[in-house]
Design a protein around this ligand. Structure first.
Ligand code: ZN
Ligand code: ZN
Ligand code: ZN
Ligand code: ZN
Length: 428
C-alpha cells in the first residue's frame, strides 16, 4: 500500500484533500469519503461507528462553520447507576430530568424537550445484576401483555419475554410502562420511541488553551449555563481546542461539566475555567456512545448530527441559484426530487419488505405509516414528492437517509432573495 493513496479506494490522497487525521492510533490512510462510508457501514451493521482496524468507537460531530464532519476519540466512561427503582427520583433530579407530575412516577423530559411518561433503562450485565434484586420480584411470574404494567425491550426494540434474563448482547434493555402513556403503545414506532437515560461520566485533565485572546473569550465561547447546568457549547471548533494531552480526548459538545478541580458549584467552576491553567474536569456524557438504533428517532447521535448540520443545510438551500442545477446536501451529495413511493421503495429489501423489530413492512405499510420524515422540520412527509439525498446511507452524517419535504425546500430556497442579507454567514 502506498502512502499517497487511500487504503480503501486507492485514490490519490492529494487530489482527495489529503488523508484524514484518524482519532484512533491506526495508521491506515483514508480519504474523507472512505472513512465516512466505513463508519456509516459500521453503524448500520453493529449499531456503533467503529474503526474497522482497532474497533475503537469514534465520536462524530458536524462542524457547521467548516461544513465538514469532525471525528474524535471518546473517553472511557463509567456508568453511574445505583438501585434505580428505589432512588429513581434522586437519579432523575441529579441528571436534570424533571418530574412533572406527582401522579406519574416515571414522567421525564426527552432531549427534544417533550414530556414522556416512560422510563428507559440503559444498563449492562453488572448493573442489571444490581437492579435485579429490586426488579426481579416484580417481574417474576408476570407475563407482560399489552395491557400489563410494563414490558421490557431489548436493544432491537424486541420484547423480552419473562421469566428470562436478557442476554448480554441484548443490552441496553428498556423497561417501558405502557399504562403511564397517554396513548399506550404496544408496537414500536420510531417517533414515539421514549426517553433514553444514560449516566456516563469521564474525567479529562485539560490545559487551558493558551493565548491572550483565546483564554478570556474561550471560556464563554466553549461553555454555557443552561438551567443551572454547565454545558459544553455546540461550537465543535472551540470544544476541540480543549484536549487532554495524555489521552487525546477533547471536550464534546453537549456534555455536562459536573466538577472542576474538586468544585461542583457552577459559579466557582466558571472562575476556575477562567483562571486556572490545569483543570481536572469530570464530565457527564450526553446521550449514548454505546449500541444505538439508527431507526430510532430519539437516537442521540442522529439527533445531534441533524441539529449540528441543520443551519448549514438551510444556508445551502438559500444559496440555491436560480437555475435547474443540482441542489447539494449538507453531506456533499446531491438532493434529488423523488416521488414518495419511489423513495419509500429504497427502504425495503429485494423481497419488498423492511424487517424491523421482528415485523415486516411493505412499501404500502410504510407509506400508510408515514415512515419518511423531513430532516429539517421533522414532520412526516405526506406530499407526493420529496427531496432525498442520493448519498443515501453512505455517510454517517445521515446513516439512514436524508430527506427534505417540498415545503421546507421551497421555504428556504425561495426566501433566498429576500433574506439574503439576514442569512447566516458560513464560511466555505
Ligand atoms: Zn478513499
Ligand atoms: Zn483505529
Ligand atoms: Zn446527503
Ligand atoms: Zn420539512
Amino acid at each position: 500500500m502506498h502512502e499517497d493513496t487511500c487504503g480503501v479506494c486507492f485514490g490519490n490522497l492529494e487530489e482527495l484533500n489529503g488523508a484524514i487525521e484518524l482519532p484512533c492510533s491506526c495508521k491506515v490512510p483514508y480519504c474523507q469519503r472512505c472513512w465516512d462510508r466505513t463508519l456509516a457501514t459500521s453503524l448500520s451493521n453493529v449499531g456503533l461507528p467503529r474503526c474497522p482496524s482497532c474497533r475503537e468507537v469514534i465520536r462524530v460531530d458536524y462542524d457547521a462553520s467548516e461544513g465538514r464532519l469532525v471525528f474524535s476519540r471518546v473517553a472511557d466512561a463509567t456508568v453511574r447507576f445505583e438501585n434505580w427503582l428505589e432512588t429513581l427520583d434522586d437519579i432523575l433530579r441529579q441528571h436534570s430530568v424533571q418530574r412533572c407530575d406527582e401522579g406519574f412516577k416515571f414522567i421525564a423530559r426527552t432531549q427534544s424537550g417533550k414530556l414522556t411518561k416512560l422510563f428507559v433503562m440503559f444498563a449492562f450485565q453488572e448493573t442489571w445484576a444490581k437492579a435485579k434484586g429490586s426488579l426481579w420480584p416484580l417481574l417474576e411470574g408476570k407475563r407482560p401483555s399489552p395491557s400489563g404494567d410494563w414490558f421490557v425491550l431489548n436493544h432491537l426494540g424486541e420484547e423480552v419475554h419473562y421469566p428470562r434474563e436478557p442476554a448480554e448482547e441484548e443490552f441496553p434493555v428498556q423497561v417501558r410502562y405502557p399504562k403511564l402513556v397517554e396513548h399506550p403503545m404496544t408496537e414500536l414506532d420510531a417517533n414515539s420511541f421514549p426517553l433514553t437515560l444514560t449516566f456516563k461520566e469521564y474525567v479529562l485533565n485539560l490545559e487551558m488553551p493558551r493565548g491572550g485572546e483565546v483564554s478570556g473569550g474561550s471560556v464563554s465561547q466553549t461553555f454555557e449555563v443552561d438551567e443551572g447546568r454547565l454545558l459544553v457549547r455546540e461550537d465543535v471548533g472551540m470544544a476541540r481546542k480543549w484536549k487532554d494531552q495524555t489521552t487525546g480526548v477533547c471536550l464534546h459538545p453537549g456534555d455536562r461539566i459536573l466538577e472542576v478541580n474538586g468544585l461542583q458549584d457552577v459559579e466557582l467552576i466558571w472562575e476556575q475555567l477562567g483562571c486556572e491553567e490545569l483543570l481536572k474536569v469530570r464530565l457527564q456524557q450526553q446521550g449514548s456512545i454505546f449500541k444505538t438504533d439508527v431507526y430510532n428517532a430519539q437516537d442521540d447521535m442522529r439527533n445531534r448530527l441533524q441539529r449540528q448540520a441543520k443551519p448549514r443545510q438551510q444556508e445551502l438551500l438559500r444559496r440555491r441559484e436560480h437555475c435547474e442545477g443540482a441542489q447539494s446536501c449538507v453531506c456533499g451529495g446531491e438532493l434529488e426530487l423523488l416521488p414518495l413511493r419511489q423513495r419509500v421503495s429504497l427502504l425495503v429489501d429485494q423481497h419488498g419488505f423492511l424487517e424491523y423489530a421482528g415485523k415486516r413492512f411493505s412499501v404500502d405499510d410504510l407509506i400508510a405509516m408515514q415512515a419518511v420524515t423531513c430532516d429539517l422540520c421533522h414532520q412526516h412527509i405526506q406530499e407526493e414528492k420529496l427531496w432525498t439525498c442520493q448519498n443515501g446511507a453512505n455517510t454517517i452524517l445521515h446513516a439512514q437517509s436524508y430527506d427534505v419535504c417540498v415545503q421546507c425546500f421551497n421555504t428556504f430556497s425561495e426566501s433566498a432573495g429576500s433574506e439574503k442579507r439576514a442569512s447566516l454567514v458560513i464560511g466555505e
